[in-house]
Design a protein around this ligand. Structure first.
Ligand SMILES: Cc1cc2nc3c(=O)[nH]c(=O)nc-3n(C[C@H](O)[C@H](O)[C@H](O)COP(=O)(O)O)c2cc1C
Length: 179
């Protein structure tokens, strides 16, 4: 089962990158980190289809069985960097693909708008955003270990288990063939 992590934070040393690295380390998943990829701004021009970052993004998402999508909440939505990246993708890569959503928020009960925003966009590309979702605020991080505290790590584990379950179900019924 090939699970791809997309770290949607533009800040190299941000909390989104810490959470993505934690998931990558813990589960051995591959990560696309938008803070290091030089994604162009989507223009829809033909020449963007040969951009190496665009090609690699499209290939990686297409080949993945499931996705873990992480974004910081910026102004009550996903990051602009992530939305721009998703604009290069469509149902071609995402159709019925299970996606687990994680928002990185600033505290004060933030994060839910980011999750809802990601869920709406996932519907737009015909992905299957799973019911389990997670907000990680600053108090859930273990900064000394470049990771997450125990309780948050357990919540991530539940989300990954559910993601794997929906991925298995999708394979069993061969969901791609049903449409
Ligand atoms: C431009 C901007 C807007 C933000 N808006 C929100 C917000 O609406 N809700 C929230 O909970 N936190 C907000 N924050 C705080 C970030 O979500 C928080 O610092 C988070 O750790 C950012 O992830 P990062 O460290 O990967 O950048 C905002 C931060 C920035 C820079």
């Amino acid at each position: 089962m090939k699970i791809l992590v997309i770290s949607g934070g533009p800040r190299k040393h941000g909390r989104t990158a810490i959470a993505a690295r934690f998931i990558e380390r813990t589960y051995g998943f591959h990560t696309l980190d938008l803070s290091v990829m030089e994604m162009p701004m989507y223009t829809g021009e033909e020449d963007q289809t040969t951009n190496p970052f665009v090609k690699s993004l499209r290939k990686s998402v297409l080949e993945a069985d499931a996705i873990v999508l992480l974004s910081p909440e910026y102004h009550s939505a996903m990051s602009g960097a992530l939305k721009n990246t998703l604009d290069f993708l469509s149902g071609t890569q995402f159709l019925h693909k299970p996606v687990g959503l994680i928002a990185i928020a600033g505290g004060g009960k933030g994060g839910i708008n980011c999750l809802n925003n990601m869920r709406t966009v996932m519907r737009g590309v015909y992905a299957n955003a799973i019911p389990c979702q997670l907000v990680l605020d600053p108090s859930t991080f273990d900064y000394d270990r470049d990771g997450l505290l125990k309780e948050a790590a357990e919540q991530v584990d539940k989300l990954i288990e559910e993601l794997k379950m929906y991925t298995r179900i999708g394979k069993e019924v061969n969901v791609q063939q049903l449409i």
